[in-house]
Each structure stands twice: as structure tokens, then as C-alpha cells.
Design a protein around this ligand. Structure first.
Ligand SMILES: C[S@@+](CC[C@H](N)C(=O)[O-])C[C@H]1O[C@@H](n2cnc3c(N)ncnc32)[C@H](O)[C@@H]1O
Length: 362
């Protein structure tokens, strides 16, 4: 090899090493920025800055009652991260395009509340122990905070999208709900969907079920607050419905991939669905092969959710199926449904960037 070729190879490997190191440190930086977005959300800083034009730290302090020196450092961090716009002279502005994402808790795209501010060391220790034992953890073990963290977003999606757009797209379902149907919401979580449905269709009866006591307790409280008389709640897993009823509509939103025994759950759903009933599924938008998912710019985050929550739940008992966040893709959903006896399987793409929807019938 000539000196010239060798120099070139050394330079290229140096560039690659620098680029790689830069990428790694950007992840470290993102961790810090994410924690400070959480702080901004919890302290109401984005809300205070929304539509306020360029602000100094003193002006933000006057609006929030917080200490200006701490605010200045936080504003500089957010401007360095391009979350705030820097207007010169230590004045900062929340860009208009940030309002729904960071300041408006009623917006369907509100994202600030999903920044958790890092993971407590106990949670990380538990995760690492799961790598050793193979056993994950249930949703219930994460307590009440885990139940309610996305409730606002789920309520908005139910009111603006599921009820007006999705239910009418399912064959015969809207009419049944208007006239009076029996509906089960399996893995109901915070219950935002089933509560919105129970309000929208007062002639129908809704049974909300979840194995997490925290979730069920929360939905029960919300049902009383909203004075709903057509909603009952049950602590129950999908594999064993609590009542021997036949349902006109069974809903499983964002939970099939969390189950330890999804095939047993689908068999129970099949048994519990009325002959002309509908099973309506929402699950994460994904493709069967890993390489086909690589274009998803949020893919690594999805695997993070899986390790922390979804796969952890799906592996929370020995022999758990462990599908995980991206595991209930259209191929798996159709194959498992047909195995249980279902013959009609329809994929709906409601242009929800994160999820696909399936209408399944006998
Ligand atoms: C991501 S949350 C989704 C909650 C709700 N359906 C929604 O769309 O917001 C997943 C839920 O599935 C529940 N879950 C886990 N295993 C389950 C099982 N075997 N049967 C029924 N629900 C289960 C969890 O307790 C959790 O509440």
C-alpha cells in the first residue's frame, strides 16, 4: 500500500470514528434536552411562553413566579436545542409550531406530557434484572401514574377520531351502538375511550376490563364523575372474561401486543363475540420484518417503549409470548385471528401515523 492510500484510509476511519462519536454524544444531549422539556412542561413554562412573543428571563419570571437565573439557563438550553427561538439580547420565543406540541394540553398532537424526565434508578434496575431472569413486569406494577399519563390524548383521539370517523367505517357497528349494543373494552387502561363511547351511545352497555387494579379503579372513579350509568368495570384479563355474555362489539386498543397469552385471549374473544359481532383492534403500525421498519424515524424509541413497558408486560410471566410494541403487525394479527376461527379480517388505515386498525369478524 502506498503512503498516499494509507493516509486516505486513516483519514476515512478517523472521520467515521468522529461521526460515530458525535452521534453517540447527540443521544446523550437528547437525554438532557428531554429531561428539560419535562421540566418546562411541569413548571408551565411552555404554556407561559405560548403566544407571548420574545421574552427575557425576568419577564418569564414575572409570569411564572419562578427564579430568573434558573429560567435564563433553561431558556438558553432550549434555544441551543432549537426548541425555543433565540431573538438576540437574551430574549427567547416559543415558535408558533411548538404551541400544540408543547403548550396546548388539549391539542391532539400534544407531546410534552410524554417526556418523563428520565427513568428512576429502581425502574432501570428492574429492567436489567429482567435481562437476567427473562421475566418482565405488569402494567399494574407501574402504579396509577402509568395509567393516567396519556389520558388527555386518548380522550381527544376518542372524541375527534374514533367516534366520528372510525366507528362509522365499521360495517353495521354505528347503528347497533345507537340502538343499544353490548360492548366490551378489553385492556381499557385509563378508560378514556370507553367513557367517551358510553357518553356518545347512551343506549348501549359497556363493560371495561383490565387486569390492572389501578386502571379499573381509575375508570370506576371517572364513570362516577361523569355520571355514567351504562358502564361497568371489571378487573379481568382478556383470557378470562368475567361474565358469560355475548358481545356485539369487542374493542382491544393498543393492548394485544402487551399480553402474555395473546392467542388464548383471541380464543376467548372469539367465544365471547356474538355471531354477527365485530372485534375492533388498534395496534402499533409496523411491518413483519425488522428491515422493513428501519425507515420509521421513531423506531428506536418504539423499541425503548417495548423494553420498558410493552414487551415487559408481554413477558411478565413465564412462557409469555413477548410480542412487544412492534409485534402485533398485520401478518401476525391476521394469522392469530384466523387460527382462533375468525374468517373476516379487514385492515383499516385511518392515517394514524402510529397505529393500524383491524375489523375482525367470524
Ligand atoms: C398501552 S395500554 C392501552 C390501554 C387502552 N386500551 C388505551 O388504548 O389507552 C395496555 C393495557 O393492556 C392491559 N393488559 C395487559 N395484559 C393484558 C391482558 N392479558 N388482558 C387484558 N389487558 C391487558 C394493561 O394492563 C394496560 O392497561
Amino acid at each position: 500500500m502506498t503512503d498516499h492510500v494509507q493516509d486516505d484510509a486513516t483519514r476515512k476511519s478517523g472521520d467515521a470514528a468522529r461521526q460515530y462519536a458525535n452521534m453517540i454524544w447527540q443521544y446523550r444531549q437528547a437525554e438532557t434536552i428531554a429531561a428539560m422539556i419535562h421540566v418546562g412542561d411541569k413548571l408551565g413554562l411552555f404554556k407561559a411562553m405560548a403566544d407571548a412573543g420574545p421574552l427575557s428571563a425576568d419577564e418569564l419570571a414575572a409570569k411564572t413566579g419562578l427564579h430568573p437565573r434558573w429560567l435564563l439557563e433553561w431558556m438558553r438550553l432550549q434555544a441551543a436545542a432549537r426548541v425555543l427561538a433565540y431573538c438576540g439580547d437574551d430574549r427567547f420565543e416559543l415558535p408558533r409550531e411548538a404551541s400544540d406540541l408543547l403548550a396546548n394540553g388539549e391539542a391532539s398532537g400534544f407531546a410534552a406530557s410524554s417526556f418523563v424526565g428520565g427513568h428512576p434508578s429502581g425502574q432501570l434496575a428492574g429492567l436489567m434484572e429482567s435481562f437476567r431472569t427473562g421475566i418482565g413486569k405488569t402494567y399494574e406494577s407501574d402504579g396509577m401514574a402509568a395509567v393516567t399519563k396519556s389520558e388527555g390524548r386518548h380522550r381527544i383521539a376518542a372524541e375527534r377520531s374514533v367516534i366520528p370517523k372510525m366507528i362509522p367505517a365499521l360495517e353495521g357497528v354505528a347503528g347497533k351502538l345507537e340502538n343499544g349494543a353490548l360492548v366490551a373494552d378489553i385492556g381499557c387502561g385509563d378508560g378514556a375511550l370507553v367513557i367517551a363511547l358510553a357518553k356518545a351511545y347512551p343506549r348501549s352497555i359497556f363493560h371495561a376490563m383490565d387486569p390492572s387494579r389501578f386502571a379499573v379503579e381509575h375508570v370506576a372513579v371517572r364513570a362516577v364523575e361523569t355520571e355514567l350509568t351504562n358502564l361497568r368495570v371489571f378487573v379481568a384479563p382478556a383470557e378470562r372474561f368475567p361474565l358469560p355474555e355475548q358481545y356485539d362489539l369487542i374493542i382491544t386498543f393498543d393492548c394485544m401486543h402487551d399480553m402474555t397469552q395473546p392467542q388464548a385471549a383471541i380464543a376467548e374473544i372469539y367465544r365471547r363475540l356474538a355471531d354477527d359481532g365485530t372485534w375492533f383492534i388498534k395496534d402499533i403500525r409496523s411491518k413483519p420484518k425488522f428491515e422493513d421498519n428501519l425507515r420509521n424515524p421513531m423506531l428506536a424509541m418504539m423499541y425503548g417503549f417495548s423494553l420498558f413497558t410493552c414487551m415487559a408486560s408481554a413477558m411478565s410471566e413465564p412462557g409469555g409470548a413477548g410480542l412487544g410494541t412492534l409485534g402485533f403487525n398485520p401478518d401476525v394479527a391476521e394469522r392469530m385471528s384466523r387460527k382462533a376461527g375468525f374468517t373476516r379480517f379487514k385492515l383499516h388505515d385511518f392515517r394514524d401515523p402510529g397505529n393500524l386498525y383491524y375489523e375482525v369478524r367470524r
